[in-house]
Write a protein that binds this ligand. Structure first.
Ligand code: UDP
Length: 445
């Protein structure tokens, strides 16, 4: 903690920081909790996705400003070292909790108690006041974060990333509703976290409307994109790099392959597009980049069988999870990136695509209307009818100049969504939380 002297009786961190200037109230070291997924994993399959990218990108930039982060995550194998220094100022701490390996959501919830115990035990080796603040990511981590924050006498900032009540309102066919214990867990966190960070003003509103959050304890801080990595480049060269002809129309899906993200809608839309214009078959390619996740892990052939039954197996290219630099080539090569998700708290993929100059065709859900400027940097579609997506995609294929104009505008839109802005917003929240300030709803945008 910032103050060197031990706590006087009756004074908590909020009181102590209230007397400090806003610069002095910058935390020195944060405990970031990411129970269910490690920042060391390659995003794009299983539980590793946007949250992994978020924790790494934010921690990296906090470190550059002198704020160290320890990310606590569940150990998934016996050989993982307890402590890994990822970068100077960014440390990953593996906490053994429950069985190793990939756990489904209910098994993950059962690992919560041993995980909390492990976090407290790991910290016990440090001097008192090692962490100034805890930031929980996703509700399960928040539960662990709350226990740690209360034990250490520091504030908890909580990012939900997805909300069960909102998710349950827009389930994909075949997906089951989020369980009651998660709803109760999220309610508890909303009442007890010192501050809640939402990805968008819409999510901030949902925390207030669906969970009864106090608006003065909610801030919207949009996540971002690494503009040094994701940048525009010549499309034809990118197509060549992928081994594709220069006149290819590439429809791109990037992300964890699961029902909620609706890759099946893209496949059905591609089939509908070919029905509209059979001559496209010669040059249409659908690339699905990412690995299985969620219930698809138990049905690995589901999408390939769908592609076959739609008669488009020959145009679909299945790609394993790719590194960020490889993704850049896919984004640059694409006619459009399609994000037909049923629910999406933000949609990093949509912003990455725009940063590479490629328009996004996305469902008008969750954070996607923030991530994509409808009619300017992409097109938002109401609902999940493949015919509607096919109509929009057909328009882009037929009017390359419009496609290029959307792509160019996307670069400008993404430029306002760099991770630096996210870190600025988070630092505002951290400072305010440490001095016990109530921030207005949706500050930090
Ligand atoms: N991703 C990746 N390689 C892949 C597929 C995805 O690195 O093969 C990354 C992608 O670049 C993005 C993240 O995974 O940064 C997915 O984030 P998003 O917000 O789109 O979805 P989430 O996984 O959070 O649901």
């Amino acid at each position: 903690m910032v103050a060197d002297s031990p706590d006087a009786p009756g004074t908590g961190p909020a009181q102590r920081f209230r007397a400090l200037s806003s610069d002095a109230a910058l935390p020195r070291r944060i405990a970031s909790i990411s129970l269910h997924t490690s920042p060391l994993e390659q995003p794009g399959s299983g539980d590793a996705g946007g949250l992994n990218v978020y924790t790494v990108e934010v921690a990296k930039r906090l470190a550059a400003r002198g704020v160290a982060t320890d990310v606590f995550t569940r150990a998934t194998g016996p050989d993982q070292p307890p402590v890994v220094e990822m970068l100077p100022g960014v440390t990953v701490r593996h906490i053994p909790a429950g069985p190793y390996g990939t756990l489904d959501k209910s098994a993950l919830a059962r690992s919560l108690c041993p995980f909390i115990f492990g976090v407290l035990q790991a910290e016990a080796g440090n001097e008192p006041g090692h962490y100034d603040l805890v930031h929980g990511h996703y509700w399960l981590s928040g539960r662990a974060g709350l226990a740690a924050a209360q034990r250490w006498g520091v504030p908890l900032v909580q990012s939900m990333h997805t909300l069960a009540k909102v998710k349950n309102l827009a389930l994909a066919q075949g997906d089951s509703a989020e369980p009651e214990y998660r709803l109760r867990g999220e309610d508890h966190l909303v009442r007890h976290a010192d501050h809640l960070v939402a990805n968008t003003p819409v999510e901030a509103g949902q925390l207030v409307d669906h969970y009864g959050a106090d608006p003065s304890r909610v801030s919207a801080v949009p996540p971002g994109v690494d503009l040094d990595v994701f940048s525009p480049g010549p499309r034809r060269a990118a197509l060549r790099e992928l081994g594709l002809a220069e006149d290819t129309e590439l429809l791109l899906f990037v992300g964890r392959v699961q029902r909620l993200k609706a890759p099946d809608v893209l496949l059905r839309s591609a089939a509908a597009l070919l029905e509209r214009d059979p001559s496209l078959r010669e040059r249409l390619v659908v690339a699905v980049v990412g690995g299985l996740s969620g219930t698809d892990l138990a049905q690995p052939r589901r999408l390939a069988e769908l592609a076959r039954s739609l008669g488009i197996a020959d145009v679909v290219r299945w790609e394993p999870p790719r590194s960020r630099s490889e993704l850049v080539t896919f984004y640059r090569a694409a006619t459009a990136t399609v994000v037909p998700s049923y629910s999406e708290s933000f949609g990093l993929v949509a912003v990455e695509s725009q940063a590479c100059g490629t328009p996004v065709v996305a469902a008008r859900v969750g954070g996607l209307p923030t991530a994509v400027r409808d009619g300017v940097s992409g097109v938002l579609v109401d609902g999940h009818d493949p015919e509607d997506y096919a109509r929009v995609l057909d328009g882009l294929v037929r009017a390359p100049a419009r496609r290029d104009a959307l792509g160019t505008a996307g670069v400008g839109h993404a430029a306002g969504l760099g991770w630096e802005a996210t870190v600025e917003g988070l630092l505002d929240v951290y400072r305010g939380t440490l001095v016990g300030e109530r921030l207005p709803l949706a500050s930090g945008q």
